[in-house]
Every structure is written in structure tokens, then in C-alpha cells.
Write a protein that binds this ligand. Structure first.
Ligand SMILES: [Zn+2]
Length: 370
């Protein structure tokens, strides 16, 4: 920005739009850009740590909680204040220090007591850690490397963080008093909830007569969405789908492929061509057509694999996030509700290569493939 030649009053300026005025679109751009930058900030070690968290057999809400802690997005008072929300910033436990996440989960006297008196007997204010993120990473990796993936110490560690958070909320919002005993009770409660969760996983795997652990899709809320009548299980009729879209001509092609274990005489793939308003719209169309196709074949359930996290995010929200695909998203939900199980799962691109080939072919040759 150039400097004024004469005395001018200061004014607010939004640097992500040429006019200097804030617009929602540029605001969104700024936020996603910042997110991307933060994402790139993660070192290789941190990346593998995030992957490890993903693999742990823990409550889905704990994964989100850890993810938030890791990025310091948890709504402690300090973070609210950073967002410009006026709050009184003192810690609800000790009433002395400022409530930031490092203090609340690690350095506050109550937190220290909880860690020391819990079965892990951790001295939480030991030096050598710059951030809460580093500290959490250290312990989870330590327990994981020593106990393996079925060890309970890493679970207990996460349950303690969760218990502290529950305790903090009980104090802030429900006026709960209690000290260390109540906090430890919250930790125990968390452990019981986790045990029930593991028990349910075991049972549903046994019921489905499917002991292959890696065939179990990730918990809802991450990269999958459940649209069928039964929200807990998933079907083994697996269909990969993909869309191919040309921005210049708006021509679109879609493809779907049933994967594995089908009758050889049965047609197990298909594709169509048409127009779409965006790549996301094209992806949504591919998903919808594959669902209709499975329905016509008399299938009770379907597990759709696709590579668009955006579509999954849109389907999570009942009202839809992206207005441009809200109609087709509504239709996907409606058709999905006709199935007993309808799961849509985000996978890596190479897992749906065949569907991608079909989509491309349909788009460029302007022909349907049935
Ligand atoms: Zn405190």
C-alpha cells in the first residue's frame, strides 16, 4: 500500500481484497490459507504423530479433542480472548493464572495433582517442553513405543486430558465445586466410556463375521458419513466412484465400479456424461448415480469410496454447506436413507482409479457406459 502525501486519518484495511473492504469470500480465503500454512508447519514427526492418533482405538470425539489440543483450537478462555471475545481470563481451577491450554491441562495446581495421583503418576510441570503440543506428543509416543497399540497407558493419558476438560466445563458451566476427587472421577468415567466403545467395536466386528481389523471404516465425523437407516454398521458392497470435470466446457463424466467378490456375469461398473457446475457438483452426481444404480440392483446397503472430503463435509451438515450443491446433496441424503447401510468414505485417489478412468472416458467421448 502506498503512503499518503498529506496527513490522513487511520482506517481499517482488509488486505485480502483490492478494495480494502472485508468480504466473506476473501475472509474465507484468508482462513483456509492460514489453515493450509499451519498444516504445512507440521514437521514430519508431527505428521506421523497425527497419523498415529488416527490409528488409535479411541473414542472418535477424543480424536477431535486431541486434534484441537494439538492445534491449540480448544476453547479455553485465552483462545476466546484471542478471537476478540471479551472474557475474564482467570483459570477456573485456581483463580490465579490465565487460563490457556498449557496451564489448564498441565501447569495448574489441580492439573498437577490429577496427573500425580492418577495411575500414570506423571509430574506434569517437568521442564523441557515448550508447548502443550510437545508435551502431549512426547507422552503418547513414549507409551505407544513401550506398550504397543493395545497398551492402556496412552488411553489413560488421553482420558486424563479429557477428564480435566470435562471437569473444567463442569466448573465453568454447571458451577460444580469439587477438587481432585471429582476430577479423578471424570477421568474414570472417561475410561469407562472408552471401554464400552472398544467393547462395541469388538461386538459389531464379531456380528459381521469380519475379523479383518483394517476393513473397519474410520469413525464417523472424520472422513466418512453415514446416511442409511442403521448408523452403526456398514455394508460390504463396495463401490468406488469418481467424477471428471472440465472447467472450460463444464462437461462432466462420472464413473462407478463395484469392487471385488461379484458375480462375473453381472455388470459391475458404469458411467455417464453430462454437464456440471463444479468439480464438487460432478463428484456429488457420481455419488448419487452409484447409489441409484445399487438400489436398482436391489442392494440393501452400499459403501461408497470417493476422494472428495468436501463432499463428505457437505453431507455431514443437514442443511448443506455449499449452496451450489445443496439440491443434489439433499437428493443424496434421500436416496441414502432408503438403504439399511449407506456409508460414504474418503479414500486415496489410487483406490478409485478405475472409476476415474471411466469418468474421464465418458466425459471426453460424450457417451454413457452401462
Ligand atoms: Zn489454574
Amino acid at each position: 500500500m502506498e503512503l499518503p502525501r498529506s496527513m490522513e486519518d487511520d482506517f481499517l484495511y482488509w488486505k485480502y481484497h483490492p478494495s480494502g473492504k472485508f468480504t466473506v469470500k476473501t475472509g474465507y480465503y484468508f482462513l483456509t490459507k492460514r489453515q493450509r500454512a499451519e498444516h504445512l508447519d507440521l514437521s514430519l514427526e508431527e505428521h506421523s504423530f497425527v497419523k498415529l492418533i488416527w490409528k488409535l482405538k479411541i473414542l472418535p470425539k477424543w480424536k477431535i479433542f486431541l486434534w484441537k489440543l494439538f492445534h491449540d483450537r480448544i476453547v479455553v478462555k485465552r483462545n476466546l480472548a484471542k478471537r476478540g471475545i471479551q472474557v475474564e481470563e482467570t483459570c477456573v481451577f485456581c483463580g490465579e493464572d490465565e487460563e490457556d491450554s498449557q496451564h489448564l491441562f498441565r501447569l495448574c495446581n489441580l492439573a498437577k495433582e490429577v496427573w500425580e495421583n492418577g495411575s500414570l503418576a506423571i509430574c506434569s510441570d517437568s521442564t523441557g517442553f515448550d508447548s502443550l503440543r510437545e508435551w502431549i506428543q512426547y507422552y503418547i509416543l513414549l507409551f505407544y513405543s513401550e506398550d504397543g497399540k493395545y497398551g492402556t497407558r496412552s488411553t489413560k493419558f488421553i482420558a486424563t486430558l479429557w477428564g480435566l476438560w470435562k471437569m473444567r466445563n463442569a466448573r465453568s458451566f454447571n458451577g460444580a465445586n469439587g477438587g481432585i476427587d471429582l476430577a479423578l472421577e471424570f477421568v474414570n468415567l472417561a475410561m469407562r466410556e472408552q471401554e464400552t466403545f472398544c467393547q462395541n467395536i469388538r461386538e459389531s466386528m464379531e456380528n459381521r463375521d469380519n475379523s479383518r481389523e483394517d476393513s473397519y471404516p474410520p469413525p464417523p465425523g472424520f472422513n466418512s458419513v453415514q446416511l442409511g437407516k442403521d448408523r452403526s454398521g456398514f455394508d460390504d458392497f463396495i463401490v468406488g466412484v469418481d467424477g471428471s470435470w472440465d472447467k472450460r466446457t463444464t462437461r462432466a463424466g462420472i464413473g462407478w465400479v463395484a469392487m471385488g467378490g461379484n458375480n462375473e456375469n453381472e455388470v459391475s461398473e458404469g458411467g455417464k456424461y453430462g454437464v456440471a457446475t463444479s468439480a464438487l457438483h460432478c463428484e456429488a452426481w457420481a455419488c448419487l448415480e452409484a447409489m441409484k444404480w445399487a438400489k436398482e440392483k436391489g442392494r440393501q446397503g452400499i459403501l461408497i469410496l470417493l476422494d472428495s472430503i468436501m463432499l463428505i463435509n457437505n453431507l455431514h451438515d443437514q442443511s448443506g454447506k455449499d449452496i451450489l450443491i445443496s439440491w443434489i446433496a439433499k437428493e443424496i441424503r434421500e436416496v441414502g436413507a432408503l438403504f439399511q447401510w449407506c456409508t460414504i468414505l474418503k479414500v486415496q485417489r489410487d483406490q478409485i482409479q478405475r472409476a476415474d478412468e471411466i469418468a474421464r472416458k465418458c466425459r471426453t467421448s460424450l457417451s454413457n457406459y452401462m
